[in-house]
Write a protein that binds this ligand. Structure first.
Ligand code: MN
Length: 201
C-alpha cells in the first residue's frame, strides 16, 4: 500500500525584494535570515515530523501540541513567517483606528509602546522574541519569550514580533541590539498590524 504524501511545511516567500528594507535591514541580513535560518527551520521541522502524529497537523497545531525540538523548529518557522510579513518598504507609518485607541489606553501613546518594546528587547537575555499581543478582549500585552517562544501557547494573538536572536541583526548592527530594534520601527507596516488586530474574533 502506498502511503499518502504528507503535507510539507513550506518556506513563506517575502513580499518584497531582499534589498527593499535597506538601510534598516540589509539584503545580506535578509539573505541569511530568510534563505538560511528560516529555511533551515523549515527543513529541520519536516525531518522531525516525518512519520509522526504531527505530520498532518497545521503549523499552529504543532506549536500548541509539541515540545522540545519539534516545538522549537515549528515555532521558529511560524515566528519568522510572521516577522517577515510585518515589514514593508512603504509601510503605513503609524497605527490608527481601534488599534490606536487600544495602544493609547494601555501604553499612553505609540511612542511609549515603541520605547517599552525596545526596552524589553534589550533586556531579554540571550536569544528570543518580544511580542505585542492581544487577548480575546483586544487588551494589549508586551510579551518577552526566550528561544522560540510564541504567544499562541498562551491563547494570545500576536500583533508584532521582534526577533532578538543575534542572526537577526549582527551583520548590520553588530552588538547594538537597541539600534537594530529601533530601526525596525521605520519598516513595521501598521496596516498589517491593524489587520491582525481587527481580525481577532
Ligand atoms: Mn530569526
Amino acid at each position: 500500500m502506498v502511503a499518502l504524501a504528507a503535507s510539507l511545511i513550506t518556506l513563506s516567500e517575502l513580499n518584497y525584494a531582499p534589498e527593499a528594507l535597506e538601510p534598516y535591514i540589509s539584503a545580506e541580513t535578509i539573505h541569511y535570515h530568510h534563505d538560511k535560518h528560516h529555511a533551515g527551520y523549515v527543513t529541520k521541522l519536516n525531518e522531525l515530523i516525518k512519520d509522526t502524529r504531527y505530520e498532518n497537523m497545521t503549523l499552529e497545531e504543532i506549536i500548541r501540541e509539541s515540545d522540545g525540538a519539534i516545538f522549537n523548529n515549528a515555532a521558529q518557522v511560524w515566528n519568522h513567517t510572521f516577522y517577515f510579513d510585518q515589514f514593508s518598504p512603504k509601510p503605513q507609518k503609524e497605527p490608527s483606528g481601534k488599534l490606536l485607541d487600544a495602544i493609547d489606553t494601555t501604553f499612553g501613546n505609540v511612542d511609549a509602546l515603541k520605547a517599552r518594546m525596545t526596552a524589553a528587547a534589550t533586556a531579554l537575555f540571550g536569544s528570543g522574541w518580544v511580542w505585542l499581543a492581544a487577548d480575546r478582549d483586544k487588551k494589549l500585552y508586551i510579551i518577552s519569550k526566550p528561544k522560540a517562544g510564541n504567544p499562541l501557547t498562551e491563547n494570545l494573538t500576536p500583533l508584532i514580533a521582534i526577533d532578538v536572536w543575534e542572526h537577526a541583526y549582527y551583520i548590520d548592527y553588530r552588538n547594538d541590539r537597541a539600534a537594530a530594534v529601533k530601526a525596525l520601527w521605520n519598516i513595521v507596516d501598521w496596516k498589517r498590524v491593524e489587520e491582525r488586530f481587527n481580525d481577532i474574533k
